[in-house]
Design a protein around this ligand. Structure first.
Ligand code: SF4
Length: 390
């Protein structure tokens, strides 16, 4: 059954759900970002379109391939986008039951906890008989892997749902799902209503701090990643400087920094560097972007210039028709259809016999990661156990 929460259109919230991991972890970022224009990028436009497609499919009760080649909000839907969005649709729909209530893209209000706080959730499925509410977040980006674990955006949406649907006293917990098809990442995490109320108390304090004049700037990987003030933030520069210094020997006569040998670093220093590796790289990248932006807008930067990079030949517009005329069917390559498409044609049962899920590449993560640690002695056996043949 489809349910409405609130479709009123409001402008961007100062303390938004989507930006919550930033202002919760670095309250000073709200003031730091003031005055920066909100620019659209190719990636953000693509993400918006994928969300529009998913929403349209839910509203019209269609599958995504119905829209291939058609326009949604002026943009043509590609095969690739339809495939990824279909995976999301299938995932959300698989959670619906006879008695579930479905919520489409809608604004939820959590201003009882965060001043003027609201956000737009992608989808939710409430199942009264199981006393659970699923919250789904489609992440279309193919860059950074997003985890549902303690996800503040999802928790704020949950608070918004609780706020708007007072009769939710009938449920015990929320399950927050992150669905990131281009990273093959599905992650979910449960939070009880009681734990959510504890989060509300914490977030209320952080929101008050974020709106204070002297809100502190606290650098960290999560919060700095998308902060618009990154290239100019003194707190981040100092933080990076402290860590990088630990990795350098004294600079030589030519002022060239010399890295210490890893064997000369203590485990504590190694941990500090590793914990902040992405943040440091990100900081350097933001400096690079800052200089690039200066050059591309006609400015100068001593020692740097813009050049054209390496490029590859591409077909001219209209070349496809000509190729077909010249080569006939040899103009195209045959390709095996994808697993999702094959599953549509054959069904899950048959596909289970034709597919397996290989072990992922061994990856080093922080010990707080919820995944089970690999037992090194078992690695060889685990790979041997996998049968790739039919
Ligand atoms: S760059 Fe990092 S430390 Fe500086 S304001 Fe932004 S989030 Fe805070």
């Amino acid at each position: 059954m489809k349910q409405e929460i609130n479709h009123e259109n409001r402008n961007h919230a100062k303390l938004s759900a989507s930006g919550s991991s930033r202002w919760i972890n670095c309250p000073g970022s709200v003031k730091a970002e003031e005055g920066y224009p909100r620019t659209e990028t190719e990636f953000s436009r693509e993400g918006t379109l994928a969300h529009e497609l998913a929403d349209t499919c839910f509203k019209k009760g269609k599958d995504a391939d119905y829209f291939i080649g058609k326009r949604i909000t002026g943009e043509i839907i590609s095969k690739d986008m339809a495939r990824y969005v279909q995976e999301y649709l299938d995932y959300v729909r698989s959670h619906e039951t006879k008695d579930s209530l479905f919520f489409g893209e809608a604004q939820v209000d959590f201003s009882h906890v965060v001043p003027e706080g609201f956000g737009t959730l992608d989808n939710a499925v409430l199942i009264p008989s199981e006393r659970i509410c699923h919250i789904f977040d489609l992440k279309y980006g193919a860059g950074v892997l997003v985890s549902a674990f303690e996800n503040t955006q999802g928790q704020l949406y949950a608070l918004g749902i609780l706020n708007e649907l007072g009769w939710l006293g009938d449920i015990d917990k929320f399950r927050i799902h992150i669905f990131q098809p281009r990273k093959e990442n599905i992650s979910y995490w449960d939070i009880t209503v009681e734990e959510l109320n504890q989060f509300a108390e914490y977030v209320e304090e952080r929101a008050a701090l974020a709106l204070a004049e002297d809100a502190p700037r606290i650098p960290g990987e999560k919060q700095c990643e998308w902060c618009m003030d990154k290239a100019n933030c003194k707190a981040l520069a100092k933080f990076t400087d402290d860590i990088v210094r630990a990795a350098f020997d004294e600079t030589d006569e030519d002022e060239k920094p010399k890295f210490k040998k890893p064997s000369k670093l203590s485990d504590k220093q190694k941990k500090l560097i590793l914990d902040n590796k992405d943040l440091i790289i990100d900081f350097f990248n933001s400096i690079e972007k800052d200089i690039y932006d200066r050059l591309i807008t006609g400015g100068e930067f001593k020692g740097m210039k813009l050049v054209y990079g390496k490029s590859y030949r591409v077909f001219k517009t209209g070349a496809e028709k000509k190729l077909v005329k010249l080569l006939g069917k040899d103009a195209y390559e045959k390709k095996l259809i994808g697993i999702t498409e094959a599953e549509k044609k054959l069904g899950k049962k048959k596909m289970a016999k034709l597919t397996n899920k290989p072990l992922g590449k061994l990856t080093m993560v922080r010990s707080t990661d919820p995944r089970k640690a690999v037992v090194v002695e078992d690695i060889a056996d685990n790979f041997e156990d996998m049968d790739d043949e039919l």
